[in-house]
Design a binder for this molecule. Structure first.
Ligand SMILES: Nc1ncnc2c1ncn2[C@@H]1O[C@H](COP(=O)(O)OP(=O)(O)OP(=O)(O)O)[C@@H](O)[C@H]1O
Ligand SMILES: [Mg+2]
Length: 278
């Protein structure tokens, strides 16, 4: 299970945080879609979940392991496919995947069993021994996916994974995401393509300016004959500025003196009270 409890993330000294105390859970075996307009805070949240960005307040538990208290063990459970395909360009595909497999201590026989079907599915066998710098955008995405899955992660996080993939490769990736969840793992991904999200996910969370405004069960939604597009437009148009006011009010709170060394800590404690977070 992935548990997010009252996550608050601010960049630098910004008065209003980018992620404003969001809480939700994703169960084993689920595919969870993370939606929101540009700049809503999806990538920021994802980077906090994966232990890439530090966060100010709240808890993130990956399969019961606290990301703040035990980041090494939590990260061993995760694979993260970023939105910018950062890979070691001078390595060949094979060298890169083996490097990642070594980092995660995946035994040699086991990694072959995982890698070979993925190379076939993505049609990447021919290019596997070529330097990654010669790969196209989509090929880099595919080698990243293979390297990500080589340690059979409990939690697979993907940030806009279908961007730039051709239709055949997009179909293969969607199948691989389904298969990964069917094994009892969690697939968590952000996307702007509502049709894909609707066809792939069990549930979705909708982020609006750093506030989680809706978590929707898509199986229920289908039964009701409603479209995700309708819900998305309503959710992303909701006025959430009242939460900003709460953060501002906290700043002005008389309990906090400007010269107090613990001013930040006190402010967060009050924010949590105001937002009813545990
Ligand atoms: N390193 C940073 N420093 C300061 N502000 C940042 C930084 N990274 C992101 N932000 C700001 O945080 C907000 C959320 O950005 P984020 O990238 O999380 O949004 P997103 O939901 O992933 O958007 P998109 O759909 O465009 O990918 C934006 O206002 C962005 O400008
Ligand atoms: Mg993003």
């Amino acid at each position: 299970m992935l548990e997010i409890k009252g996550l608050i993330k601010r960049y630098g000294n910004a008065e209003i945080p980018t992620v404003k105390g969001i809480s939700f859970e994703v169960n084993d075996g689920e595919i969870f879609g993370f939606l929101g307009s540009n700049g809503a805070g999806k990538t920021t949240t994802i980077k906090c979940i994966c232990g890439i960005l530090p966060f100010d307040e709240g808890k993130i538990l990956v399969d019961g392991i606290d990301m703040k208290e035990n980041p090494h063990d939590a990260k061993l459970k995760i694979a993260y496919i970023s939105d910018n395909h950062a890979v070691f360009e001078r390595l060949t595909g094979r060298e890169y995947v083996n490097h990642i497999a070594n980092l995660y201590n995946t035994p040699k026989e086991e990694r072959e069993k995982i890698i070979n079907p993925l190379l076939d599915a993505f049609g990447l066998k021919q290019a596997y021994d070529r330097q990654i710098k010669s790969y196209s955008h989509g090929m880099k995405q595919k080698i990243n996916v293979i390297a990500g899955l080589v340690h059979s992660p409990k939690l697979w996080v993907l940030d806009e994974p279908l961007l730039g993939l051709d239709p055949q490769s997009a179909l293969e990736l969607k199948n691989i995401m389904r298969q990964h969840a069917q094994k009892g793992n969690i697939v968590f991904f952000s996307s702007h393509i509502l049709e894909v999200v609707e066809s792939l996910c069990d549930r979705v969370g909708i982020l609006n300016k750093g506030v989680l405004v809706d978590v929707i069960d898509l199986h229920e939604l289908k039964k009701k004959g409603k479209s995700l597009e309708e819900i998305f437009i309503t959710s992303t148009n909701k006025d959430v500025s009242y939460i900003n006011k709460k953060f501002m009010r906290v700043k002005d709170h008389s309990e906090i003196k400007v010269d107090d060394k613990n001013a930040d800590k006190k402010a967060f404690a009050i924010i949590h009270r105001v937002l009813n977070l545990k």
